[in-house]
Design a binder for this molecule. Structure first.
Ligand code: N01
Length: 504
C-alpha cells in the first residue's frame, strides 16, 4: 500500500485536521470509511504500521486464523462472498481488510509508519496536540482506535534477556528464522500458542510447550466451502446474509451461560471434555491438560490439531513452570534443564495496562494511565472517558467479547461516534466531555452485571481482569443490547461548551 500523505515533516508547523484517527485496524479503517460516507474529508488516519489491518497485519505466525466464522467477522457494509472457508486464515483476512480500504478509497487519508508518541489536550485552544514520528498534528477531535491486543506482553523471567538463540513474540514472528529441525520452546498455551504449536510440531526437532494454565479446547468446525456454497454466497440473493444471521444467533446464545447462568455452559464443557478424551489417550498427559477452572472464564479455544500435536513423539508438555532462562537453556522449577535453539513467546498482550495509556494526556494534565490507575479503566459506552474531552474510543473499556465478532461491536461504536461528530457539528459545539456522574452510573450497572458472570467467578486469572480484579474489558450482555445502547448519541450524558463560548 502506498504512503500517500507525507505532508508533515518533523519540526514543521503542526498540521490541523478536524478529526484525527489513531490506528487503522478494523476499527480505525471503519471510522475513516464512515467519515467519508458522511461527506467529511478533513481527517487523517495515523497508522504505525506500513499498511492497514492492525492485529491481522501484525499476527503472521504460522497457523494464524480467526476463531469467529468469516461471514460474521466482516463489515456489514462490505460483505465478502469470496471467503474460501468457514474460519479464515490470517492472509485471507488481511487481504479482505486491504481490499476494503482500496474499495472505499481511504488510503490517501492515511499516514503510514507514523508512530503516535503523545496526544495532549490543550484546554486553552480546545485542541488535541499530537506528536508523532512524522511530525506534529492538531485536531479538534481524536478517535483512538489502537485496539486492545496490540502491545505484546513479554514474560518477566530471570535471564531471558541473555538468551542467545532466536527469540520472538507470537505477534512479531521472525520469518527469517529457519526453525526446521531445531529445538524450540513455546511459552504459553493461549489462543495464539495453540495455533502455533501444531505448525511447529511438524517441523521442530524437539518442541517443548510451557503450560502455566491448561485451556479449555473445543472442536473447530472449520472446512473449505464447497463450490456450490461459494456460488450460493455469490449469486443467491440473501444467502450470505442468512448465513451471517444464523452464525450471529448461534454465538449469541452463549451469552446466557457466560454472563448469567454457568449451568448453560455445561453442554460446552461436556463437548470439550469429550474432545480431550477422544484426542488424548495417555492418562498422564490428559490429566496435565485438564483445565482447573470453569469453561468460559478464559477465552474458549477451538482446535482440532492442538491436542494431537501434544501427543507427537518430538513434543513435550512442560508444566513445572520456568525458573530461569540461560544463554541456551530453559530451567524449570524442579531444576531440570532443557537446551533450546529458539523460544517463541506466546504470552499475550498488555490489555488493561497498555503502554499507550501513558501517552494520552487529558484535561487536568493526567494521562490515561494515571486516571486508570486511580479509578480503573472505566468509560462510557466504551466510547468516551471523563477527563478526555473531544476524544472518542473504539474498542474502549468493556467492549470486548469472549464469544463472537468484535466487528459487530466496532460497527455499533462507529454509529455512536459518527452520530456524536454530527451532533457536535450541528450544535456548534466546541468541546464535549462525558459527565463523570453518567460514567459512574454506567459503570456501576456494568460491574453489577459482570459480578454474576463466569469471567469474574469462574476461578481463573485472565486478561479480562485488571490488576485490581475488575473486569474492564468485556461487555456483559448480548451484543444487540450494546447495538441498542449505541444507536444514537446521547448528548444529555455529556457536558459541552459551544464554540462561540470558548475562551480562545
Ligand atoms: O494470549 P493469552 P494469546 N510464564 O493472553 C501464558 C485473541 N486471539 O496471544 O493462562 C508462562 O490468551 C498464559 O498463561 P496463563 C483472543 O481474544 C484470537 O494467546 O495466564 N506462561 C497463557 O497461556 C485471545 O484471547 C485468535 O496462566 C505465561 C498465554 O501465555 C487473545 O487474542 C488467535 C506467562 C497467553 O495467552 C490473546 O491470545 C490468537 C509467563 N510469565 C489470539 N505469561 C483467534 O481468533 C503469560 N503466559 C483464533
Amino acid at each position: 500500500l502506498p504512503v500517500t500523505d507525507t505532508a508533515v515533516k518533523p519540526g514543521g508547523t503542526p498540521r490541523h485536521v478536524d478529526t484525527l484517527i489513531i490506528g487503522s485496524g478494523f476499527a480505525g479503517l471503519g471510522a475513516a470509511i464512515k467519515l467519508v460516507q458522511e461527506g467529511k474529508r478533513d481527517f487523517v488516519v495515523l497508522e504505525r504500521g506500513g499498511e492497514v489491518g492492525g492485529t491481522w497485519r501484525d499476527n503472521t505466525y504460522p497457523g494464524a486464523a480467526c476463531d469467529v466464522p468469516s461471514h460474521l467477522y466482516s463489515y456489514s457494509f462490505a460483505l465478502n462472498p469470496n471467503w474460501t472457508r468457514s474460519f479464515s486464515k490470517q492472509p485471507e483476512i488481511q487481504n479482505y481488510i486491504s481490499s476494503v480500504a482500496r474499495k472505499y478509497n481511504v488510503l490517501d487519508k492515511h499516514v503510514f509508519n507514523c508512530d503516535v508518541q503523545e496526544a495532549r489536550w490543550n484546554e486553552v485552544n480546545a485542541r488535541w496536540e499530537v506528536q508523532t514520528s512524522q511530525g506534529a498534528f492538531t485536531a479538534k477531535i481524536v478517535i483512538s482506535a489502537v485496539g486492545a491486543l496490540c502491545e505484546p506482553s513479554l514474560p518477566d523471567i530471570k535471564g531471558i534477556d541473555g538468551f542467545e538463540g532466536e527469540i520472538f513474540h507470537s505477534a512479531r514472528w521472525n520469518h527469517d528464522a529457519d526453525l526446521t529441525g531445531k529445538r524450540i520452546a513455546v511459552i504459553g498455551t493461549g489462543a495464539s500458542a495453540i495455533q502455533i504449536v501444531p505448525q511447529l510440531a511438524a517441523k521442530a526437532g524437539r518442541l517443548d510447550v510451557y503450560q502455566r494454565t491448561a485451556p479449555w479446547v473445543l472442536p473447530r468446525a472449520d472446512r473449505e466451502y464447497t463450490t456450490l456454497e461459494k456460488l450460493a454466497f455469490k449469486y443467491v440473493p440473501g444467502f450470505q446474509k442468512l448465513s451471517r444471521t444464523g452464525i450471529y444467533w448461534m454465538r449469541e446464545t452463549q451469552v446466557v451461560g457466560l454472563a448469567k447462568a454457568p449451568i448453560f455452559m455445561k453442554p460446552l464443557q461436556f463437548a470439550a471434555e469429550r474432545h480431550l478424551r477422544m484426542q488424548i489417550k495417555d492418562r498422564d498427559l490428559r490429566k496435565k491438560v485438564t483445565p482447573n477452572f470453569q469453561i468460559g472464564c478464559k477465552r474458549m479455544l477451538i482446535s482440532n490439531n492442538y491436542y494431537p500435536a501434544l501427543t507427537q513423539p518430538n513434543v513435550d508438555l512442560v508444566t513445572d513452570g520456568i525458573a530461569e532462562v540461560t544463554a541456551n537453556c530453559i530451567v524449570d522449577r524442579n531444576g531440570a534443564t532443557r537446551e533450546v535453539d529458539a523460544i517463541v513467546v506466546a504470552t499475550g498482550f498488555h490489555v488493561t495496562d497498555s503502554p499507550t495509556f501513558a501517552g494520552i494526556i487529558g484535561k487536568d494534565g493526567r494521562s490515561a494511565a494515571e486516571v486508570f490507575e486511580a479509578s480503573g479503566q472505566q468509560g462510557y459506552k466504551g466510547s468516551a472517558i471523563a477527563n478526555f474531552p473531544n476524544m472518542f474510543f473504539l474498542v474502549g473499556p468493556n467492549t470486548g467479547l469472549g464469544h463472537t465478532s468484535m466487528v459487530f461491536m466496532i460497527e455499533s461504536q462507529l454509529n455512536y461516534v459518527i452520530d456524536a461528530i454530527n451532533t457536535i457539528e450541528r450544535n456548534g459545539i466546541g468541546t464535549i466531555e462525558v459527565r463523570q456522574d453518567a460514567q459512574d452510573v454506567y459503570n456501576k450497572d456494568l460491574q453489577d452485571k459482570l459480578a454474576q458472570s463466569v469471567w469474574n467467578n469462574g476461578g481463573c486469572a485472565s486478561w479480562y481482569l485488571d490488576k485490581h480484579g475488575n473486569n474492564t474489558t468485556l461487555w456483559p450482555g448480548f451484543t444487540f443490547q450494546f447495538r441498542n445502547a449505541t444507536k444514537k448519541f446521547d448528548l444529555a450524558a455529556y457536558r459541552s461548551v459551544a464554540t462561540r463560548d470558548l475562551p480562545g
